[in-house]
Design a protein around this ligand. Structure first.
Ligand SMILES: [Zn+2]
Length: 185
């Protein structure tokens, strides 16, 4: 069972909550109340402050975060676990993460595009379907569009976490080859 560290954006309340909760035998700790519109700077500073108050040998979970760049920052701050609606919600809305940035499958330019969503992706969607077909499914309101787009976006997030884990296992700062592409969000 996880203990939840609350305290909003108040450093004293985060410290007090972490002190009380870490005195109890929880298996891990979740940090709540962030990633809800407080802005990038506060997200980064409050999450880093809170991560540092929690024991390294137990999992640290940043609830509800987030865009790839925020996850990368949080991994560097010491977080191990995340959850977020972004990969599947964006997938259902037709916004796809690719190694060269976000792509909106609705755009007319993809109507006859035979390429996969991302040439560098080896997910099931990219291995079997063209941008043109995915756009057709989306425009027709086919539920398969949501499924194939979500699968691709989840795979993209999976690869982000995979590269973080590989770097951590090698004793390096977590790296991601798309960091610059997604620096803006
Ligand atoms: Zn893919």
């Amino acid at each position: 069972m996880f203990g939840i560290i609350q305290g909003g954006l108040y450093e004293d309340l985060r410290r007090w909550c972490a002190q009380e909760m870490t005195a109890m035998p929880f298996e891990g700790f979740a940090v709540g109340g962030l990633g809800i519109g407080e802005g990038e700077e506060l997200l980064r500073s409050v999450s880093a402050l809170t991560a540092a108050l929690l024991p390294e040998e137990r999992p640290r979970y940043l609830m509800g975060v987030g865009p790839p760049k925020d996850i990368l920052g949080a991994v560097r701050a010491g977080f191990d676990l995340f959850d977020c609606v972004i990969p599947t919600r964006n997938g259902r809305n037709g916004t796809l993460f690719t190694s060269s940035g976000k792509l909106s499958i609705k755009r007319a330019e993809f109507a006859a595009d035979p390429r996969p969503l991302d040439e560098r992706c080896d997910c099931y969607t990219c291995g079997h379907f063209s941008r043109a077909y995915l756009r057709h499914l989306f425009m027709a309101g086919e539920i398969l569009a949501s499924q194939l787009n979500s699968l691709h976006n989840l795979y993209f997030y999976h690869r982000l976490m995979e590269s973080c884990r590989a770097a951590l296992h090698a004793g390096r700062v977590p790296l991601w080859d798309c960091e610059e592409v997604y620096a803006g969000g």
